[in-house]
Design a protein around this ligand. Structure first.
Ligand SMILES: *Cc1c(COP(=O)(O)O)cnc(C)c1O
Length: 356
């Protein structure tokens, strides 16, 4: 049976990315060696990193003066590297969910952390608005897509301080104005590559300004100077990321990804709103994520939750169980998810409605 992959992360990748990576694992560039058994400094591998960096810059329209890094440690290590490198006295954070909260927790070890606004009291069912960001903070940190709660900032905020963003789960799903940010980071395993590589887009002249000592591996300057080659980078995930970036470009880039994301999410939200058995969890319609679509059974049908999950699983839906802190269902619709998979889920919801 065909599987429809709605996993929240690690998650669906384009089939050709998986095939090309599998091929390189067997034989890298006709060398007779596996991608897994060559030096990261081999002359054949450097072009992989160079092309991946170039495609990042091209696809996201990254201005001069920024570096693109491929590191280890996941987005979770960036929660600590960001304040290590940028927080001298004070930073502002927007608390929009579990990941934002974790980022704030790390920052508190380095200076004052101002929570400008929070939707924690409403279980993060909307993104706070109308907050003020103090003018004297070193940066303002946002989580552009809240993977667990299904809310998303669809545009880059207008503030008068440098922005830092965790874009783990919506990178390459829309155009961004990189010039507003000093740092954009994320784990690659949602929209870009298998787990193991972290991308960081960092403004070169924003680095090196804090007065504290920074351990070599945690210092962005180290990785900027060495082009992500200070130590052994995650070679296989970087190779896979390059295949995804080539795929993205061939498909029409981030504008096309945004169009598809909107199409998929519009279809699914329309069904959630129409179908009497289901209800969306995000209370502000403009904050609904295009990537992670969260919904629950309507109150009258609460006891059928396990039944629907079983029904959908039998029809080939994978990964639609909601995160434990929200419950219900979450359909993650990342870039590589075909619209047919969304239609298959909608068909499931309609069939379930007819039989109950
Ligand atoms: C998945 C996720 C993380 C955690 O990423 P790791 O690479 O596992 O550390 C952080 N932030 C967001 C928004 C995520 O979706």
């Amino acid at each position: 049976m065909k599987k429809h992959n709605f996993n929240a992360g690690p998650s669906i990748l384009p089939r050709e990315v998986i095939e090309k990576t599998a091929q390189a694992i067997l034989d890298f560039n006709g060398s007779g060696l596996s991608l897994m058994e060559i030096s990261h400094r081999a002359k054949d591998f450097q072009p992989v990193v160079d092309e991946a960096v170039a495609l990042f810059k091209e696809l996201l329209n990254i201005p001069d003066g920024y570096s693109v890094l491929f590191l280890g440690g996941g987005a979770s290590l960036e929660f600590c590297m960001v304040p290590y490198n940028f927080l001298e006295k004070k930073a502002a954070y927007l608390n929009t969910g579990a990941w934002a909260k974790k980022a704030m927790k790390e920052a508190k070890a380095f200076g004052d952390v101002i929570e400008v606004a929070s939707s924690a009291d409403a279980n993060y069912t909307f993104i706070p608005k109308g907050y003020e960001v103090p003018a004297d903070v070193d940066y303002f940190h946002i989580t552009t897509n809240n993977t667990i709660y299904g809310t998303e900032l669809h545009a880059d905020p207008d503030v008068n301080v440098p922005l830092v963003a965790d874009m783990s789960s919506d990178i390459f799903s829309r155009p961004i104005d990189v010039s507003k940010y000093i740092c954009i980071y994320g784990g690659a395993q949602k929209n870009l590559a298998p787990a193991g590589v972290t991308f960081v887009i960092v403004k070169n002249d924003a680095v090196g300004k804090v007065s504290r000592h920074i351990p070599t591996m945690l210092n962005y300057q180290t990785h900027i100077e060495k082009g992500s080659m200070f130590n052994t980078p995650p070679v296989v995930p970087i190779y896979a990321a390059l295949q995804t970036l080539r795929w993205l470009k061939a498909q029409g880039g981030v504008e096309e990804m945004q169009r598809r994301a909107k199409l998929r999410s519009d279809m699914l939200y329309a069904e959630i709103d129409r179908n009497k058995m289901f209800r969306g969890t995000v209370t502000a319609p403009e904050d609904r994520s295009y990537m992670n679509i969260c919904f629950v059974m309507a109150d009258e049908y609460k006891e059928l939750e396990a039944d629907f999950l079983k029904f959908a699983t039998e029809k080939g839906m994978v990964g639609v169980k909601g995160h434990r802190s929200v419950g219900g269902f979450r359909a993650s619709c990342y870039n590589a998810l075909p619209v047919e998979s969304v239609q298959a889920l909608i068909d499931c919801m309609q069939e379930f409605e007819k039989t109950h």
